[in-house]
Design a protein around this ligand. Structure first.
Ligand SMILES: Cc1cc2nc3c(=O)[nH]c(=O)nc-3n(C[C@H](O)[C@H](O)[C@H](O)COP(=O)(O)O)c2cc1C
Length: 164
């Protein structure tokens, strides 16, 4: 049975996701990052998280070469960053962003991310035209509850905010 790829996208687009920007710092100090919706928690003991980049993604190859990454969970006011880090045409998406290095791997932490998770790449598994990347969590932080952090959500091709 063949599955129509347009239908596949449409149906899977009915599953809402959060929005993250996965980042790393290359050996020469250059920051690299891309928008990832396939981020997931994997294991508590040991602490593992994962995401699925396209196998041929240049940004993923640059991140993989560093051996580590930081996941930035975007807040509801960061829709512009979602698109900025999703377009290959934006060659330097970090321009104008006051990022700081994560404590263990030195990967970029974006200002106003509602949480970040600093990881070492543990395992990369082939998964069709994507790869499943597992990272061991080394350090992490979330926004203070008093700030009432609200995540950015992606649903049917658009971003919006979560309402309880
Ligand atoms: C909301 C959203 C979620 C995305 N999630 C993923 C993802 O999980 N995996 C992926 O490979 N690309 C994902 N993308 C697309 C990548 O961000 C985009 O292909 C990448 O930045 C292009 O980098 P490249 O030049 O290395 O291919 C997503 C884009 C958006 C807007």
């Amino acid at each position: 049975m063949t599955i129509d790829s347009a239908l596949f996208r449409q149906v899977l687009g009915h599953f809402p996701t959060g929005v993250t920007v996965v980042t790393a710092t290359e050996a020469d100090g250059h920051p690299v990052g891309f928008t990832i919706g396939s981020f997931t928690s994997v294991s508590l003991d040991p602490p593992l998280v994962g995401f699925l980049p396209m196998s041929d993604s240049a940004r993923w190859k640059a991140i993989e070469a560093t051996g580590s990454f930081c996941v930035n969970v975007l807040g509801c006011l960061q829709g512009d960053l979602c698109w900025q880090f999703a377009k290959s045409s934006v060659v330097e998406p970090f321009d104008g962003i006051d990022w700081r290095p994560s404590p263990i791997t030195g990967s970029p932490i974006l200002p106003d991310a509602i949480a970040w998770i600093d990881c070492a790449i543990e395992q990369v598994v082939e998964a069709g035209d994507h790869q499943f990347v597992m990272g061991r969590v080394l350090e992490m932080e979330h926004a203070h509850p008093d700030l009432d952090p609200v995540p950015l959500l992606f649903y049917r091709g658009k971003v919006g905010r979560f309402e309880a």
